[in-house]
Write a protein that binds this ligand. Structure first.
Ligand SMILES: Nc1ncnc2c1ncn2[C@@H]1O[C@H](COP(=O)(O)OP(=O)(O)OP(=O)(O)O)[C@@H](O)[C@H]1O
Ligand SMILES: [Mg+2]
Length: 759
């Protein structure tokens, strides 16, 4: 049990979805008060995953049955108090006296008893007493000073502000409420309460003592503010996401989890069922992988279309489609669906797309492929949705062998069939330059900023044994699901820039990348992996040995309708403010987190000055695939949005370069141009066609630029430049970072945005 004079009080805040009233228990070691206005309506509150009993059963005895209590606030966030019943009931019962003797050993026993009584008094009674007092009792100057400090700390307390959310006192309003509470308290203050607070001083105990009295005060004083905030919170309700898809819920779906490490045949087996089905959908994490499946399936005689944010390749008579996961339709019915790389549900940015696909797909059979990290959470989701779950476990076809010798820091030691992995564009070109300078090998490159067509061309060039391009230099863009003729993966480094600082590459990603070596059916079915530097080897081995971390939460993001509903509660705010307020106030179940939206906010801020866009237009523009770190691409997005807002047909407003790049800045320019065209195509697919009428032209230009990029890469023998000259060194790495480009690669679908919240 937590120690301290006031800590023998434990507060559980219970809220009821149907009314604005809140419930409050003060549980002390001696007694338990309950204050319920409508006890029967308590719902959904759990202690340690156990449902809270209804009030009649709720007694100190029941409480003592548990060794440990993790309390959660209204939002399902862990309540900051964690109570442990270390021994037994008797210790718990004696706690007040012992603790107070310990803590207040210098005080007289009478006073101690008083303090014990005050500490364990019902806060509602204290509040009533204060409210009823005609004026405050006198305090000494020194005591006033301490009280002022206590209230100053209370008004700034993150703990109190966080707990206040549970009774619908928003973070923005909390300081005002705390200030008014202070004035009230000082006007009415009783000597014994003041003395008790002074004895505690400005500390968390004092905050915990004051907090329930503060809550009583707020309920009486600010009913309108509470009601208003409650409405806002309710409109940001992301709990029970499985109920958002009533049609999928009406089905009894069979989920087959293909669980195992890389190169174990998970996707292969799922695709077998996909091809056998009358109507099927394959959901890919990458455009490139969607293209690989599209080619493979069509090659095997099953007509299959391709759907990504940028392209719709309709194959006549096809009943199958390979799409990027963000583009999946939850309206269509399918016999078989495949969701590849299901562990991406936990991705901090894109996770919601996998969650949505799993919850919302209307398919009799859904094959999910991935590592075991999300197995438990998929089990939990299936028990909530009522779907059946079959688990199929896989082992690697051939073990991956670590070469202990490493390259001893010398790129001269690369061999045919090697793939050197680097985590920034700059590093990739440096490695390519060094290899081509010091050896007879020629290098293909794959990194996120390249169009998928160019990456595919580079992969084909590398896979083909009849040319001189026998080494691949790639970023982690090769890391997911792809099948290439790689003999050995060499990590150039094992750290990367995460948008903020240099960090070790996560072990799950190291495994994914290393798993590209020695694919079954490739020229090198025996896979090897190693590092460039000897000092990185231990980390590589550690990563490969490490079991998969179990994921406890998966991503969610609101649909447009949810954001719109929420916007109704805070009129006159910008879209970026709206997103922030939504993020602050949204409610989530314990198994979900809200995906990060910093990149969306950055676009929202830029588009703020564009007049005449509806909220929905802004929402859609914010999901356009743009590298937010590329000012030229951002400028084009701004121009597109401005023309759109003026109801003008949106022009591409960009010329076609005449030849391939002769230096790195020309290569960067080609990359940006392709990204702008890709963005145009995406916008054309996501807004009404006549608003972006030059789709065909953009497509033709994009194809031309992808070819120029391929030619440029074949001849690239120059030192890399940063995308934004004049940037600091750390930021330069951004140019090669994957995060922003991931959104370019697999943009989010409008269908997702427009998915109905619930029928
Ligand atoms: N039964 C099989 N017969 C022939 N080829 C197979 C078979 N199973 C898998 N393969 C081939 O082995 C390679 C790896 O299989 P697959 O892509 O399914 O692995 P995976 O477990 O999905 O790997 P990753 O986790 O990297 O996505 C592929 O080229 C696939 O075509
Ligand atoms: Mg796979």
């Amino acid at each position: 049990m937590a120690r301290g004079p006031a800590r023998n009080l434990l507060y559980l805040y219970l809220s009821n979805n149907n009314s604005s009233k809140f419930r409050f228990f003060s549980v002390s070691s001696r007694f338990l008060h309950t204050h319920f206005t409508e006890p029967k309506k308590i719902q959904d509150f759990h202690i340690c995953g156990h449902p809270l009993p209804t009030p009649p059963q709720f007694s100190p005895l029941w409480f003592n049955q548990w060794k440990r209590f993790d309390l959660f606030n209204f939002y399902g966030h862990p309540f900051s108090t964690v109570v442990e019943n270390e021994d037994n009931e008797s210790e718990l019962c004696n706690l007040d006296v012992e603790e107070n003797e310990c803590e207040n050993g210098t005080l007289g026993s009478e006073k101690r008893l008083n303090f014990v009584q005050i500490a364990s008094r019902d806060p509602v009674e204290i509040y009533k007493e204060l409210r009823g007092a005609s004026k405050g009792e006198k305090q000494t100057r020194a005591d006033w000073d301490v009280l002022i400090e206590i209230f100053r700390c209370f008004a700034k307390s993150g703990w109190a502000s966080n707990q206040a959310l549970a009774v619908y006192i928003g973070a923005a309003f909390f300081p005002t409420a705390a200030h008014k509470f202070r004035n009230f308290f000082f006007k009415k203050c009783k000597a014994d309460i003041a003395k008790y607070l002074v004895s505690l001083g400005p500390c968390i105990e004092a905050e915990k003592f004051l907090f329930p009295i503060f809550v009583e005060f707020c309920l009486e004083e600010f009913p309108d503010e509470i009601k208003c905030f409650r409405k806002m919170v309710e409109s940001a309700d992301l709990t029970k996401p499985h109920t958002w898809f009533p049609f999928a819920r009406a089905m009894k779906r069979k989920i087959i989890y293909h669980c195992g490490p890389t190169n174990s045949g998970k996707t292969y087996n799922a695709l077998q069922r996909f091809m056998e089905a009358k109507k099927g959908i394959y959901c890919s994490p990458l455009r490139l992988l969607a293209m690989e499946v599209f080619d493979k399936v069509n090659g095997l005689g099953v007509y299959c279309s391709l759907l990504t944010g940028q392209e719709k390749k309709h194959v006549p008579f096809s009943n199958h489609v390979a799409c990027t996961v963000e583009m999946v339709s939850t309206d269509e019915m399918y016999d078989v669906a495949v969701i590849d790389e299901i562990q991406m549900m936990a991705d901090s940015h894109r996770g919601y797309a996998w969650t949505r696909a799993l919850l919302g797909l209307k398919a009799d059979e859904i094959h999910v492929c991935g590592d075991p990290s999300v197995l438990d959470i998929v089990r939990k989701i299936c028990s909530e949705t009522g779907d059946g779950l079959v688990e199929q476990h896989y082992e690697r076809f051939k073990p991956l062998v670590v070469e202990a010798k490493t390259l001893l820091g010398d790129l001269k030691n690369v061999r045919s069939g090697d793939c050197v992995v680097a985590f920034s564009r700059r590093e990739i070109f440096e490695v390519k330059l060094a290899i081509e300078k010091h050896t007879n090998h020629r290098c293909c490159v794959i990194y996120g900023a390249l169009p998928p067509e160019t990456r595919r061309q580079q992969a084909t060039l590398f896979n083909d044994p009849n040319n001189e391009f026998d080494v691949l230099v790639a970023s982690d863009a090769v890391g997911m699901g792809l099948n290439l003729n790689i003999r050995r993966i060499i990590f150039n480094t094992l750290s990367k820039y995460n948008g903020d600082k240099i960090v070790p590459v996560p072990s799950s990603q190291v495994k994914q990348i290393a798993g590209r070596a020695g694919r079954r059916g490739s020229r090198y079915p025996e896979g090897l992996t190693t590092t460039l530097q000897l000092e990185d080897l231990d980390y590589l081995i550690e990563c490969l040995k490490k079991p998969f971390d179990e994921v406890h939460k998966v991503g969610l993001f609101p649909f447009y309708e949810q954001v719109e509903l929420f916007a109704g509660q805070i009129p006159n705010s910008t879209f970026s403010e709206l997103l922030d307020r939504f993020g602050e106030n949204c409610r989530l179940d314990g198994s979900y987190f809200l995906c990060q939206y910093n990149h969306i906010k950055k676009i929202a801020n830029m588009l703020e000055k564009v007049q005449g866009l509806s909220l929905e237009d802004r929402f859609n523009f914010c999901f356009a695939p743009v590298n937010i770190r590329d000012p030229k691409a951002m400028y084009h997005l701004l121009k597109f949005a401005s023309s759109y807002a003026q109801e003008l047909p949106v022009n591409i407003a960009m010329g076609m370069p005449k030849c391939s790049a002769r230096n790195d800045s020309e290569l960067l320019d080609l990359e940006t141009r392709h990204q702008v065209l890709s963005m145009y195509m995406w916008l054309s697919n996501h807004f009404e066609n006549d608003k972006f009428p030059y789709f065909k032209k953009a497509e033709a230009m994009a194809t031309g630029i992808a070819e120029l990029l391929g030619e440029s890469l074949a001849n690239a023998r120059w030192k890399p430049e940063s995308r934004n000259s004049g940037k600091q060194k750390g930021q330069e790495k951004d140019g090669g970072n994957e995060r922003p480009r991931r959104s370019q690669e697999t943009p989010l679908s409008q269908q997702q945005q427009l998915e109905k919240v619930a029928a």
